[in-house]
Design a protein around this ligand. Structure first.
Ligand code: ADP
Ligand code: MG
Ligand code: MG
Length: 886
């Protein structure tokens, strides 16, 4: 079994086996780019190790062989006292998990080889001892679990002894002293001396990287990002190159385009005289990559050439890590870079313009979740708000919240329902919990590529990084800025696009993308790369998609907005809100009616009100289908709650008031009480039990449609009967409805369809029969999920779903994204059998799943005609319906 691949043996498509980092190091090697030689131990070796707790047979020998050939190629031996080969041992999984797993640099250094390293570097003692102290620090922390703060503390002490804040002021002697201090810390925590054997260092480091796959923060990150838990990480063993050799050396990270806005140009951070970790960790403030041109023009030009080459090769935005060792450029990593939602659209559009990809591919490069993010509101700054600080717009959005300074506090306050902003000097992987809980993240250090920035962008969370006017004092729970003090509990607002920080809560306004959908920004006439890219990609999606997109709307205003957002009709118009407000009185009369006449009077009073509602909606949706659901919830939902009523009656009686009416109401509420209202008298059952109720609604719909037609419009009503489980129920309702419709419609030309929701599992399983009486089906996937799983939605989500998610019983709530295997199968069966019984049966979905990206793909696959979702989700559904085709 082959467990080890030389960089020259791999390529970018072997990510499963070599991890992203290894596969791309191999790809760059084969492109002829300057990559330090090395090899990759596969994810399979990691999986075998994690399963059995020991290295699989044959791995040790293969590592040995690859190490030997690396030594031959470099003309040096690992840890050789005179001229040591040093390597880094780097984790690298299939999906990038920035900073989540471990890497150890400078493996091979010990008390002897540190001297050899210095000699080889022309007597550069400072460099050699700096490298050695880094090894002990990283090795101690990641391989032997020595608390990192102890090393940091010793480093701080060395600096303050020297009277400096800058690690570059430490000279060789200081660093030699620091190595001694580090060794003592190591001994104290591990009970053993720092290992001097280079091979032992290497083996232990490899093992630690394997194990870092199951580090707590890595597990948490995978859950958050929905990365499968069983992939394992590869291990890359890479010849060290040194950015800490002096001012003519350095290290940096770069993006081939701006990962925040998508703008073309050079984006990156560079740090002279430093080793890799220093840039990302934000230890010292980096300089913009452009300044490298002054420092080392040759390397700068070469880097730009390589970046262009990588973009052309990967046909996408790439991010890279590089190091310059005494004027020689080395590539240490590349990958297709993470980006903000806005950048994803802008870059996809640019790549089409540049001829690197076509529009179908551009559709693949964006997704509905990103579009949803672009529809978040923005700060409205035409008020008196002035920024108090400006950092880097690291991850866009507008977030306001209460300031907290620790991850734990963020979690606590978020659990109390507060919106919080996590403020840190810089974040590290231990802050992950707090970052998840926070509304936004603000740091005073670090660039676009800092930990906070990268992780926040991945989560789609607002982040401002490197706001260095801010002095963060974590122990005192406050920060100071512009002469003001902000304490834990105060409110701030951060703008992740501009990087600006405001005190207090800034009001918000619709985003540009929403303004575009609303029709108030014309993409042809404004100079806005994002709006133009969104317009272009949406237009392509609309041209490609087979699924129509409708909206769920109960009012004319919602209908109008959804139509501007591209809705092609209403898939669900609920009628229950039409029974609320001042109409409650009428509904109470309806419910309390004892004698025949009373009920009819109440219904007659409701009829014109309902008709007016429908007229408004038909007018807004002129020419488009409108599915109206007959009343669904149990009637007692329209009455006051039992306890409140009982108290009112008692109090009124006490005062000697006339309580006849209240008592009657109370009796009715008692009479109608249900143990399981979800499964009780609702939907079609109500229509079959309360004479005249459905008839009134059907009449209101038909009369409204005729009124619209008379006024020159085109109304296309579709009457939908909820909660049907048997065809007989539907037939009964249908017989009565057809009579009313025929009578009302007459020769007006109005056509009214009658169909049903499929939301009871029995309906899905007898869909062939039901289709005989239905002209359309609309899948009510909320109830279908509820009844399919036997989950009472209102009860279970908060109660135990977290545990189910933790155990991996499902990866996402089945109420959020359709459960393809179970509930989805019911949909599939009903669609097939319904269409077999009635070819041309119209099929749609009106549950909340209609606006969920994954679910939209599923509904496309099973051949539905349309999805229906809330107005704000309409653009997302349009985009995903297009993506489902290409
Ligand atoms: P991560 O996945 O967290 O970025 P990496 O494995 O990329 O971790 O390594 C951490 C840092 O060390 C990076 O900045 C990287 O460029 C640097 N680095 C890794 N290997 C080497 C090497 N062989 N020579 C010099 N720097 C290295
Ligand atoms: Mg890296
Ligand atoms: Mg329902």
């Amino acid at each position: 079994h082959k467990y080890v691949y030389d960089f020259s043996e791999g390529n970018k498509d072997l990510k499963d086996l070599l991890g992203g980092k290894g596969a791309n190091l191999a790809e760059m090697t084969n492109l002829g780019l300057p990559v330090p030689p090395g090899f990759t131990i596969t994810t399979e070796a990691c999986k075998a190790y994690l399963a059995t707790g020991r290295q699989p047979d044959g791995l040790a020998g293969q590592i040995e062989a690859h190490l030997e050939s690396l030594e031959r190629a470099m003309g040096k031996r690992l840890g050789d006292p005179q001229d040591p080969l040093l390597v880094s041992v780097r984790s690298g999984a299939k999906f990038s998990m920035p900073g989540m797993m471990e890497t150890v640099l400078n493996v091979g250094l010990n008390d002897q080889s540190v001297v050899g390293l210095s000699a080889q570097a022309g007597g550069n003692d400072r460099f050699a001892w700096d490298s050695y102290r880094r090894l002990i620090q990283m090795f101690g922390k990641t391989v032997c679990e020595v608390p990192g703060e102890e090393f940091e503390h010793a480093l701080d002490e060395a600096k303050s002894a020297k009277g400096t804040h800058n690690d570059l002021d430490l000279d060789a002697d200081d660093l030699r002293g620091l190595v001694d201090a580090y060794k003592k810390i190591f001994l104290k925590h591990t009970g053993r001396e720092f290992p001097q054997q280079p091979r032992e260092q290497l083996d232990l480091a490899i093992r630690a990287v394997f194990e870092s796959w199951n580090a707590e923060r890595a597990i948490l990150y995978r859950r958050q990002e929905r990365i499968p838990t069983d992939l394992g990480t590869a291990v890359n063993v890479v010849t060290m190159v040194f950015g800490n050799l002096g001012p003519d050396s350095g290290t940096g990270v770069a993006f081939t385009r701006d990962p925040a806005s998508g703008a073309q140009g050079i984006y990156g951070d560079y740090l002279a005289n430093a080793q890799g970790e220093d840039v990302v960790a934000g230890i010292r403030n980096t300089v913009p990559l452009q300044e490298l041109e002054q420092l080392d023009k040759t390397s700068y030009d070469q880097l730009l050439g390589i970046m262009a080459r990588l973009e052309e090769h990967y046909k996408d935005l790439c991010d890279i890590e590089f190091t310059i060792e005494r004027g020689k450029l080395w590539m240490l990593q590349t990958r297709v870079g993470k980006r903000t939602a806005a950048a994803a659209f802008v870059i996809a559009g640019q790549l089409v313009d540049e001829g690197l990809i076509d529009l179908d591919e551009a559709l693949h490069r964006v997704n509905g979740a990103q579009l949803a993010q672009l529809m978040f509101p923005r700060f409205q700054l035409d008020h008196e708000f002035q920024p108090v600080a400006k950092g880097i717009g690291a991850s866009p959005g507008a977030a306001s919240g209460t300031v907290v300074f620790t991850s734990a506090r963020a979690v606590e306050m978020a659990a109390e329902g507060k919106s919080v902003i996590l403020v840190r000097r810089e974040t590290n992987p231990d802050d992950l919990n707090g970052m998840i809980a926070a509304q936004g993240i603000l740091t005073s250090r670090g660039g676009k590529t800092s930990h906070a920035a990268v992780v926040a962008r991945g989560m789609g969370k607002t982040c401002v990084s490197g706001a260095d006017e801010i002095e963060v004092n974590v122990p005192a729970k406050r920060f100071t800025v512009a002469g003001q003090t902000v304490n834990e509990g105060d409110v701030v607002s951060i703008d992740g696009t501009t990087g600006k920080v405001y005190l207090g809560e800034v009001p918000v306004m619709p985003s540009e993308v929403v303004q575009y959908f609303e029709g108030s920004l014309d993409p042809e006439h404004i100079d806005n790369a994002l709006v133009r890219a969104v317009h272009r990609i949406m237009t392509h999606a609309d041209g490609k998609r087979r699924l129509a997109v409708r909206t769920n709307a109960d009012t004319g205003a919602d209908a109008a907005r959804a139509r501007r957002f591209g809705a092609e009709g209403i898939g669900l118009c609920r009628t229950e809100h039409m029974f609320l407000g001042d109409r409650r009185e009428l509904v109470e009369r309806l419910i309390l009616a004892r004698a025949e006449g009373e009920r009819e009077t109440a219904l007659e009073a409701l009829l014109p009100l309902q008709r007016a509602d429908f007229e408004e909606i038909f007018r807004e949706m002129d020419g488009l289908p409108v599915t109206v659901r007959l009343i669904d919830p149990p009637l007692h939902e329209f009455l006051p709650p039992l306890e409140q009523l009982a108290v009112n009656v008692a109090v009124a009686q006490e005062r000697g008031e006339d309580v006849a009416k209240e008592e009657a109401l109370l009796a009715a509420v008692r009479r109608m009480h249900e143990e399981n209202p979800m499964l009780g008298l609702r939907g079609v059952r109500l229509g079959l039990v309360i004479p005249g109720l459905f008839a009134m609604q059907v009449r209101a719909i038909a009369e409204a449609a005729v009124a619209c037609a008379r006024a020159g419009g085109v109304a296309k009503p579709e009457i939908m009967v909820p909660l049907v489980g048997a065809v007989q129920e539907l037939e009964t309702v249908r017989a009565e409805a057809e009579k009313i419709i025929a009578e009302v419609v007459g020769d007006s030309g109005v056509e009214v369809l009658i169909g049903t929701m499929i939301e009871v599992p029995r309906a899905a399983l007898t869909a062939g029969q039901i289709a005989e009486a239905a002209e359309f089906f609309s899948f009510g996937t909320n109830d279908l999920t509820q009844m399919g799983w036997g989950f009472s939605r209102d009860d279970v989500e908060g109660a135990f779903f977290w545990r189910y998610l933790e155990l991996g019983i499902f990866g996402i709530s089945p109420f959020e994204s359709i459960d393809r295997d179970g509930v989805g199968r019911l949909v599939r069966i009903a669609a097939e059998e319904g269409r077999a019984a009635r070819p041309g049966l119209k099929l749609g979905v009106c549950g909340e799943h209609g606006g969920d990206p994954d679910s939209v793909h599923f509904f496309h696959e099973v051949g539905l005609d349309y999805v229906s979702c809330s107005p704000f989700r309409v653009p997302v559904a349009r985009l995903e319906a297009g993506r489902a085709v290409v």
